[in-house]
Design a protein around this ligand. Structure first.
Ligand code: ADE
Length: 252
């Protein structure tokens, strides 16, 4: 069982996404426990204020440390010390599949959804806070980033996705993009499925899929290749693809 405590100033934001699909089923099956907390419930002033202007001036508001510290303390008092406290932030380390795998092995995660210009930096004096970013763009708030992380982690919890093999074969699990997929009909408005997939020849199908996955990765995400886990076949296919690409580039 993995427990998530999500802390946000927009707790209703999560109702739709957590109420659908694999995440909903995982909650219903008791594989994960997801609790959403309203940061304003942890304020101590009449106005329930969570933010204030920045010392030193400049645009935008900053989350005050007090409600965040109180929210985390309340979660720890009720649910025990969390294994990780994450702050969603464009300043964070990149959230990757490897991070999702790491987090799926923990039992209790707190995710603080950032907003505005960020949180008062002194928050780091109170807990080990990991800042994670889902990509190099700025969202209007961390709620979507938190949902991305919850979704990516939940589907790795054993039993959450019906077909375990489909999780193991995911793109990124081995650091490559996925090969193309086809389903019936074999001929759709005159466009045919590649013959090899209809051949029933398993070894050839596997080689075709490896080649496609490598060719796509080479064309679209060559940055992934140095860290990809390749078998001997794949290394040979990649060498051939790169040699051909070298020839093509030379001709341009
Ligand atoms: N908050 C705003 N932008 C973000 C991003 N790219 N990742 C995580 N949290 C964010």
């Amino acid at each position: 069982m993995v427990r998530f405590d999500l802390v946000s100033i927009f707790p209703r934001f999560f109702d739709g996404p957590l109420g659908e699909g694999i995440v909903k089923r995982a909650v219903e099956a008791g594989l994960v426990d997801i609790r959403v907390h309203d940061l304003r419930d942890h304020t101590a002033d009449r106005h329930r204020s969570v933010d204030d202007v920045a010392y030193g001036g400049g645009p935008g508001m900053v989350f005050k440390p007090d409600p965040i510290v109180r929210a985390v303390e309340a979660i720890a008092a009720e649910g025990g010390r969390p294994d990780a406290i994450i702050l969603t932030s464009p300043q964070g380390r990149r959230f990757t599949q490897a991070e999702a795998v790491r987090l799926s092995g923990l039992r209790h995660l707190v995710v603080l959804c950032g907003r505005y210009e960020g949180i008062d930096e002194r928050i780091h004096e109170f807990f080990d806070l990991e800042e994670l970013s889902i990509g190099d763009y700025v969202l209007s708030g961390g709620e979507l980033a938190a949902l991305v992380m919850v979704d990516a982690v939940v589907r790795l919890v054993p039993g959450a996705v019906g077909d375990e093999q489909s999780v193991e074969l995911d793109s990124f699990t081995r650091g490559l993009l996925d090969y193309p997929h086809y389903t019936r009909p074999a001929d759709f408005r005159g466009v045919r499925v590649p013959d090899v997939l209809l051949s029933g020849h398993h070894a050839e199908i596997e080689r075709w899929r490896k080649t496609q996955a490598l060719a796509r990765t080479l064309a679209r995400r060559p940055d992934l290749l140095p860290d990809a886990e390749l078998d001997d076949d794949e290394r040979e296919i990649l060498r051939a693809l790169m040699a051909r690409k070298g020839e093509d580039d030379g001709r341009d």
